[in-house]
Design a protein around this ligand. Structure first.
Ligand code: C2E
Ligand code: MG
Ligand code: MG
Ligand code: MG
Length: 278
């Protein structure tokens, strides 16, 4: 039997592998085109002050306007872009476009609120992020105080001198640093005192079942308290219900973001939304 599998039908026993390889090559080609032809778009999700609902800023979220498959969410291409060497291109475009757009809105007299850009751990390791950010700020003219980067705990897990230096360089530019999806990484809390951070974004998974789930209420309460003690602002992600916002108000969480407040919107919708705020 083992002899048989050496040739003949053996090569057909795992058809998925060839299919996957083809699909991967196809997607790589498409991403290449997407970068060359600028098929990415940014959506912007408002972040508001819990206390009074006032606009505090936006998070820029990338989408891929695929020529045949429609508008693709980051979950459909970011991880792939990372493993196949495209993420720097995508990431640079996102950073530049977010800064350019915010500056244009400010110049048009719209509220001068900051924008947050997500940086994956991969981007953070691969690139001289701080100099790239400095270059984009210089090129677009966006004041550094109006830019923030969101990093996940994965970035901070590596206790390297280089991580510290990069964070310090970003901070020195005047750019804010937020920890995204806080509480979901497998990291110790020691990085919170080691690194120059500004914000903790409480992961949606802890927020979504509040106020009904008392364990989640306990976790959100603890993170808000931790943030307060460490002088970090806290942002609740994924706020969908008024009762969640009420709880966050009681806990004195600083900021909130979620479908219950506003969904991510394309640039035109965001601009209209901003004009209404004025
Ligand atoms: P994230 O940074 O944690 O962004 C929040 C995600 O939660 C967004 O999904 C947003 O649309 C979604 N969201 C916001 N409010 C709610 C809510 O109330 N309910 C629910 N169910 N979801 C909500 P999105 O845009 O699909 O992005 C997913 C992830 O992809 C982001 O998570 C971020 O990690 C990554 N990502 C997005 N844009 C970029 C980018 O430009 N560069 C990199 N490296 N990663 C990005
Ligand atoms: Mg984020
Ligand atoms: Mg998040
Ligand atoms: Mg998330």
């Amino acid at each position: 039997q083992a002899k048989d599998s050496g040739r003949g039908h053996h090569q057909f026993s795992t058809p998925g592998v060839a299919d996957d390889a083809m699909a991967s090559l196809q997607l790589q080609r498409e991403l290449h085109t997407a970068i060359a032809e600028n098929q990415f778009v940014l959506h912007y999700q408002p972040v508001v002050h819990v206390a009074d609902g006032a606009l505090a800023g936006f998070e820029a979220l990338v989408r891929w306007q695929h020529p045949t498959r429609g508008l693709l969410a980051p979950s459909e291409f970011i991880a792939f872009a990372e493993t196949h060497g495209f993420i720097s291109h995508v990431g640079r475009w996102v950073m530049r476009e977010a800064c350019r757009q915010l500056k244009a809105w400010h110049d048009a007299g719209l509220p001068r609120v900051p924008v947050a850009v997500n940086l994956s751990a991969f981007e953070f390791r691969q690139r001289d992020v701080a100099s790239e950010i400095a270059a984009v700020l210089a090129e677009t003219g966006l004041p550094p105080q109006l830019l923030e980067v969101e990093l996940t705990e994965t970035v901070l897990m590596q206790q390297s001198e280089q991580v510290l230096q990069t964070l310090q360089s970003i901070k020195a530019l005047g750019v804010g640093i937020a920890i995204d999806d806080f509480g979901t990484g497998y990291s110790s809390l020691s990085y919170l005192k080691r690194y120059p951070l500004d914000k903790l974004k409480i992961d949606r998974s802890f927020v979504m079942d509040t106020p009904g789930d008392s364990d989640d209420v306990a976790i959100v309460t603890a993170i808000v308290e931790l943030g307060r003690s460490l002088k970090l602002r806290t942002v609740a992600e994924g706020v969908e219900q008024p009762q969640q916002l009420a709880l966050l108000g009681q806990l004195r969480c600083d900021l909130a973001q979620g479908y219950g407040i506003a969904r991510p919107m394309d640039a035109a919708q965001t601009q209209a939304w901003l004009e209404q705020q004025r």
